[in-house]
Design a protein around this ligand. Structure first.
Ligand code: SAH
Ligand code: SF4
Length: 377
């Protein structure tokens, strides 16, 4: 382990076995109490009042058990049903996590990297560049923050996790997969309620095909021919469409699971009837489902002349796909007013008096992850 990796070990990088090592001087039932406290009750060490005070103090001080993040800002939109957290790691990297409450479920969109190296031309994360990989504990802790919020707001249990925040999950496969296993085993999230989204990192799709935990795979396509995709998604030059489609076929054959294709509708770029029929020719043989997202505005996208299709055009596009026997849904646009929608995550915050951290905020919330609150509507 390098010192850099060592610095990143945080509470949810430790599973039951590592906790047992840390607490080797304690009776085994204490290990279970601490483990249940972290993974079932989603509690802070200080809240584990069933433990002797001295042990609680020790847990609070243990460097390996520190929370991964401090919360720089919490933004709320869609009448409270979309929440975005701007989180900062101990080495000052900033990431974002978005929780969305729907009528029958809550879904959290988590980041897998600080930034992203893929440079897609319409994505704010891509424009920001790459920071570093997140550890599995850092990925899990985002889920814990969201699950805690669901409980404290009376929304019930968190239902779904999508790895569609900042970063390319398949470029951080080891940590992402360790996080998926922890979510499934220790946080009791069903694999079929976890979705990994990739821009088309073929080795990652192949690795996923070999796993027994059957999580969902979403492939961000956006173009169904190489000349357009080369422009929108630079990774297409490394893994062109035919290679991505072959990996999708292998995934489908190995797992029997349906793939989703993500398609950000960009006016006059990929929203014409010919684009729909070209997309259908890729989706139909795979039985893939298509998610249509009207392109969300980003500074980089706008500077390159990319703007979202009108919603009526997106509906037409869906109908054209239907004519070609391909099912598609239009993804609800959530969190645009707080830059929390797909592709808008850039982990920037303008410090205004309303969301600046004050000493009082910090005192009031010491030991908690949510240190500041900013209501936008
Ligand atoms: N890197 C992964 C996952 C994170 S991006 C991927 O690309 O799949 C999550 C989703 O948001 C992807 O489907 C991505 O294509 C989409 N996206 C990025 N920028 C967008 C934008 N400006 N508007 C709408 N969707 C966008
Ligand atoms: Fe990275 Fe996904 Fe954004 Fe492309 S769309 S830059 S892969 S986060």
């Amino acid at each position: 382990m390098t010192s850099d990796e060592h610095a990143r070990v945080s509470r949810y990088d430790l599973g039951r076995d590592e906790l047992a090592v840390l607490l080797s001087d304690q009776p085994p039932y204490r290990v279970s109490q601490v483990f249940d406290g972290f993974y079932r009750r989603l509690a802070e060490p200080g809240d584990l009042t069933e433990l002797p005070r001295a042990l609680r103090g020790r847990l609070e001080q243990a460097p390996g058990l520190a929370p991964a993040f401090s919360c720089v800002a919490e933004s709320v939109a869609d009448r409270g049903s979309t929440v975005k957290w701007l989180l900062e790691t101990s080495d000052a990297k900033r990431i974002e996590t978005v929780l969305m409450r729907y009528r029958d479920r809550a879904t959290v969109c988590v980041s897998s990297q600080a930034g992203c190296a893929m440079g897609c031309t319409f994505c704010a994360t891509g424009d920001a560049g790459f920071g570093r990989q997140l550890s599995s504990g850092e990925i899990v802790e985002q889920v814990v923050i969201a699950a805690r919020h669901c409980r404290s707001e009376g929304w019930g249990e968190l239902g779904n996790v999508v790895l569609m925040g900042m970063g390319e999950p398949m470029a951080n496969f080891r940590s992402v997969w360790a996080a998926v296993e922890t979510m499934n085993r220790d946080l009791s999230l069903a694999a079929r309620h976890i979705t990994i989204s990739t821009v088309g990192v073929v080795p990652g799709i192949r690795q996923l095909a070999g796993k027994t935990l059957q999580v969902n795979l979403a492939v961000s396509l956006h173009a169904a021919n190489d000349s357009l995709r080369d422009q929108l998604v630079p990774l297409n030059r490394r893994y062109p469409l035919a290679t991505v489609m072959k990996a999708c076929e292998e995934y489908r054959a190995a797992t029997g699971r349906r793939i989703s294709f993500e398609w950000a509708c960009i006016a006059e770029v990929n929203d014409r009837p010919s684009d729909a029929f070209e997309l259908a020719s890729l989706a139909r043989p795979l039985g893939a489902h298509v998610n249509l997202i009207p392109l969300n505005p980003t500074a980089g996208g706008l500077s390159r002349g990319l703007r979202g299709s009108d919603i009526s055009r997106v509906s037409d596009f869906r109908a054209w796909l239907g004519q070609a026997c391909v099912n598609a849904t239009i993804r609800q646009n959530r969190g645009r007013s707080i830059d929390a929608a797909c592709g808008q995550l850039a982990a920037r915050v303008e410090l205004t008096p309303r969301n600046e951290l004050t000493a009082r905020d910090e005192l009031a919330t010491r030991g908690q992850l949510i240190a500041s609150r900013r209501r936008l509507n």
